[in-house]
Design a protein around this ligand. Structure first.
Ligand SMILES: Nc1ncnc2c1ncn2[C@@H]1O[C@H](COP(=O)(O)OP(=O)(O)OP(=O)(O)O)[C@@H](O)[C@H]1O
Ligand SMILES: [Mg+2]
Length: 449
């Protein structure tokens, strides 16, 4: 297993202050509209863009190829009325256990104006001798990198790094317009073991972040012929036909699964998936329906969106178009981010989608949902991976709470159906004279405010 993200820290970002989003193999974000779900995912997107090591303004403000612009741009990142934002993450690489820093904490503060610049950046690492990946003790973490801006607007930042000895390590000046973690390995000669370990740690953090892939399938873009060689899935899934054609050649087992899932989705008889070729060698996906063939051009929105998500999950996040992010020696495992997973699908398909997510082992999956059917399909064990986003009415600040930690959760467990509770609330189902579930219902976004 390679470097993976286990936590996103939203320390000062949009609606968040000191909030933490735990990231597992599967992470489900729920909560009412405008509660901060997409803001949290924007935070992940910002770190991922910064991890490319390019200029801050380019990374956060320009329309970057297929990826599209960051929602709200760089000016939308600080909480309203402030001029800086602060984000962080924890990355764990079990492969490095025993030989290097396998537990890494990375935090960065960016001042957005007048010129965007990094004002603080730290990378801390734990290299326990034990092959365990539990939370290390603070005092056994090494400050691998510590960068601070000395004078605002100078375009530079002072940084020191660890050299294996107690006390302050070597120092140097770096550019404040890009991540110091991306610049540091270029300065280290890599002549001693500590330097090699720091380089590996920086690489692990950057590659885990670069693996974040926000899948946002747009059905009308999938209804066209695609060059057969365009096999790396783009976030809009506009080249899905070529990706599925490639999957049929390379991974017939997953292709057969896609056929089965597609058959299970629709009411009418689908006997297979075909790939039609144009005279120019371009491909278009089609469904074999009885004696007729339905090309992608004529397929329904929900079906196309489902096929894009199912293909990405069945391929375990391989062959994604991570734009400029493919650097040599890439090792991070992909993290698929999907907003409103169930969008456009009939409620009866919820459990099918969920099983696809759970079968995705080589990639982490984070999704948001408003679907009661999908929530009801979760097992009690899955509830550990559900995070509820809510916003304080007085301050407007968003909070993230793991579902089992929500007050009133044991009563929910007694009913065993999260979907029903999210729709109608525990309050409605409370036998007379029993516990008050106002707090629970408020957090879940139900009932009077
Ligand atoms: N920089 C900012 N500072 C403070 N608040 C902000 C900032 N940017 C956005 N917001 C608030 O966050 C809200 C958007 O939240 P977000 O997009 O995360 O909602 P959501 O939970 O994804 O909702 P939905 O389910 O509707 O998609 C905005 O309406 C605004 O109130
Ligand atoms: Mg949203």
């Amino acid at each position: 297993m390679s470097a993976r993200l286990t936590e996103l820290r939203l320390t000062e970002f949009k609606t968040f202050r000191d909030a933490v989003l735990p990231l597992n193999d599967m992470t489900i974000l729920i909560g009412r509209n405008s509660s901060g779900k997409s803001n949290a995912l924007d935070g992940l997107d910002v770190l991922s863009r910064l991890a490319e090591g390019g200029d801050l303004a380019d990374a956060l403000d320009s329309r970057r190829g297929d990826e599209g612009p960051l929602r709200g741009g760089i000016a939308g990142c600080p909480p309203h009325g402030e001029d800086q934002f602060k984000l962080g993450c924890t990355v764990v690489n079990p492969e490095a256990a025993g030989e290097g820093y396998f537990w890494l904490e990375f935090d960065v503060t960016v001042r957005v104006g007048p010129e965007p610049e990094i004002v603080r950046e730290t990378l801390t690492g734990f290299s326990g001798k034990r092959r365990k990946t539990q939370d290390p003790k603070r005092n056994s973490m090494h400050a691998l990198l510590d960068a601070k801006s000395v004078s605002a607007g100078a375009g530079t930042i002072e940084a020191s790094w660890y050299n294996g000895r107690p006390g302050r390590g070597p120092r140097a000046t770096f550019r404040s317009s890009r991540l110091v973690t991306a610049q540091l390995p270029l300065r280290l000669e890599g002549t001693d073991e500590v330097q090699r370990q720091i380089t590996a740690a920086a690489h692990d953090v950057l590659s885990a972040l670069r693996g974040v892939f926000h899948l946002d399938p747009v059905p009308h873009l999938m209804r066209q012929y695609t060059p057969g060689r365009d096999i790396r899935l783009r976030r809009t899934a506009e080249n899905l036909s070529a990706v599925i054609s490639h999957m049929r050649e390379l991974d017939p087992q997953s292709f057969r699964k896609l056929v089965r899932h597609t058959q299970a989705l629709v009411d009418h008889d689908v006997s297979g998936i075909e790939l039609i070729r144009s005279d120019l060698g371009d491909v278009m996906l089609a469904l074999r329906e009885g004696t007729a063939t339905t090309p992608a051009r004529e397929m329904s929105d929900g079906l196309l969106r489902f096929m894009a998500i199912a293909t990405t999950l069945l391929r375990q996040g391989q062959d994604l178009d991570l734009s400029r992010r493919d650097l040599p020696g890439e090792t991070g495992s992909p993290m698929l981010v999907i907003e409103e997973l169930e969008n456009g699908l009939h409620p009866a398909q919820a459990s099918q989608l969920l099983s696809l997510v759970k079968e995705t082992i080589a990639a982490q999956v984070v999704f948001t949902t408003h679907s009661p059917a999908l929530l009801s399909a979760l097992s009690p064990k899955d509830h550990d991976h559900v995070v509820v986003s809510s916003r304080d009415r007085a301050t407007g600040i968003s909070r993230l709470t793991r579902l089992p930690e929500v007050e009133g959760y044991p009563s929910l467990m007694a009913q065993g159906d999260l979907g029903t509770v999210v729709t109608s609330g525990l309050l409605d189902q409370r036998p007379a004279g029993e516990q008050d579930f106002t707090a629970f219902d408020h957090l879940m976004g139900i009932g009077p405010r």
